[in-house]
Ligand binder design. Sequence first.
Ligand code: CA
Ligand code: CA
Length: 306
Amino acid sequence: MKTLFITLNILFVSFLQVASQVTLNLHLLIEGYYTGNGMMDNFGAGGCLNICGISLNPNDVDTIKVSLVDPANLNYIESVKGILQTNGYISLNYSTITPGSFCIICVEHRNALKTWSASPVSIQSNTNYDFCTSDSMAFRKNMTMSFDNQGWMFYSGDISDENNLGFGVCFQDGITDGGDYLEMENALAVMLQGYQCQDITGDAIVDSTDWLIEEQAVAIIRIAYQPDPININEINNSILVSNSYKCVSINGEFLIPVFPKTKTNRNCSIYDLSGRLILKTNIEKISNHIFDIWLPDGVYVVIIEG
Ligand SMILES: [Ca+2]
Ligand SMILES: [Ca+2]
């Protein structure tokens, strides 16, 4: 009698689902790294990570962290790190963001000032956001124009929190002040080399070019302006420009009159002055509609249909 042994090779199939629901495509430039013609490539020699020997890819500039933030409470819904490219582009995938959500985009880099989008952005499955096209793309226009007028850039120079938390070099506190200047002078004195936060220009050495940018940043004291969350209990101001649907937001909130009161189920779209759709919603049969979103102070165009 033969016994047949059958070996069952059980194949464990793991369905690794890449749960990415949305892709965010950003375009941004960092002041210190910028060398002209829209590039951060050390005049063609390569991005900072490449120059420092960390990456073999000449297009790799540096790691940045991009967070999608809840406008209502400024909670970070999801943060993703990626490598910024020499042309200023980066694509990041988020797994917990529901397409259609409104989020503020917050960008952090190890020696640039933390910068926020000007207003909440409608995050779709594939979303483009370009900080370079206008200073109005950043909250409180907190950017500087490149020397060759090729795009708006994030401020460099936040390399220390010495005057606040006191941890010192390479800890950031959202402000460029004497603490940052001191760390720059210390690094310059020994011409620090390699991948260092004091190397603002990203060429693997701290020299006078880094110091010059730091000096300018400290002279003006750059601040990482952060939006305020909406507080619907503090709606106390509104300015109405007749019924032309042109409204001014004060303290982040505003009222919109609805005429006539008898109609229902009307669609309301809010655009910024660049024509970007900020919000689309349905409004009720009431005289004033209060929007439960946060918007930075400014003028918006409101279109009510239906
Ligand atoms: Ca600082
Ligand atoms: Ca340098």
